[in-house]
Design a protein around this ligand. Structure first.
Ligand code: G1P
Length: 288
């Protein structure tokens, strides 16, 4: 079935970005020149997903405002003959049909997804986490939509991670391997190194069937005392297959200031051909 809706949860407190995130939602702090949520909406839109449900907390008005038309800014850049920026501004407000639901309490990723249920109906849908920035002209979520059309099961993006990262992520156990895709036998959220079934982690892109909501409702708080999506998916694995998707492209964890710096440098250097090795930035370590 074609995936036409996606959920983007952004209600977290963004404690790793304090004090910057006191008054600016984490998903709105720019990576180089545009916020993480921009990349997610753009990725979904390129994949043909035309309705996006943002799960935000009270007071995160800046998130919705970002996607509204801004005739004043359009006029200002047009007066300056910056037609490239004019068309970017026009594209942003047209990328997708966006609605917002409010998550009153931050009880975990599973709980955040549950808040979007009434906006999604009884169809499979995509989830994109803005903390995971993936740069690729072919949208990762689009590749995953194609897989789900064939398997009609769950799909998660996966990648190999360092030992140090394992206790911070969802880790999967792999089964039959087909190269780009692989069967997922089990998954565990933020395991200890001893209990981790592999070094392959879930990256924040999912295709989920509507049955996940029932499983989220029945999920008790798990790792960090939160209702974890990984635990709800584990329960659903009893009846519904899950495929891991090894995605091409550059991936950055922009959920940490250092990851965001790395992504910003990558984007800036790629866009402007900036020679990092030769730059004063590299020589003057105080900058970094
Ligand atoms: C969430 C998921 C985790 C996944 C990670 C990817 O964790 O629960 O399974 O590996 O996103 O970014 P969080 O970053 O919310 O702790």
């Amino acid at each position: 079935m074609k995936i036409s809706k996606a959920v983007i949860p952004v209600a977290g407190l963004g404690t790793r970005f304090l004090p910057g995130s006191i008054s600016i939602p984490k998903s709105m702090i720019p990576v180089f020149d545009r916020p993480p949520i921009h990349f997610c909406v753009e990725e979904a839109s390129k994949a043909g997903i035309d309705h996006i449900v943002i799960v935000a907390s009270e007071g995160q008005h800046a998130v919705l405002k970002y996607f509204e038309e801004r005739p004043d800014l359009e006029k200002a850049v047009s007066d300056k003959k910056n037609f490239e920026m004019l068309s970017l501004l026009q594209e942003i407000s047209k990328m997708a049909d966006i609605s917002v639901v409010i998550q009153k309490e931050q009880l975990g990723l599973g709980h955040a997804i549950l808040q979007a249920q009434s906006s999604l109906g009884n169809h499979p849908f995509a989830v994109l986490l803005p903390d995971d920035l993936i740069l690729n002209d072919n949208p990762t979520i689009g590749g995953m939509c194609s897989v789900s059309e064939q398997t009609e099961g769950m799909v998660v993006a996966i990648r190999q991670v360092s030992k140090e990262s394992i206790p911070n992520l969802g880790i999967v156990e792999l089964g039959q391997d087909y190269g780009r895709t692989v069967e997922i036998l089990s998954m565990i959220e933020k395991p200890s190194l001893e209990s981790a079934p592999s070094n392959m982690a879930i990256v924040g892109r999912y295709i989920l069937p509507a049955e996940i909501f029932e499983n989220i409702r029945n999920t008790s708080p798990g790792s960090l005392g939160e209702i974890q999506l990984t635990d709800s998916m584990t329960a659903l694995l009893k009846t519904t297959a899950c495929t891991g998707y090894r995605f091409p492209g550059a991936h950055f964890d922009v959920g940490t200031p250092l990851g965001m710096l790395e992504a910003s440098l990558h984007i800036g250097m790629t866009r402007y051909g900036f020679d990092f090795e030769q730059s004063s930035l590299k020589r003057n370590r105080n900058y970094l």
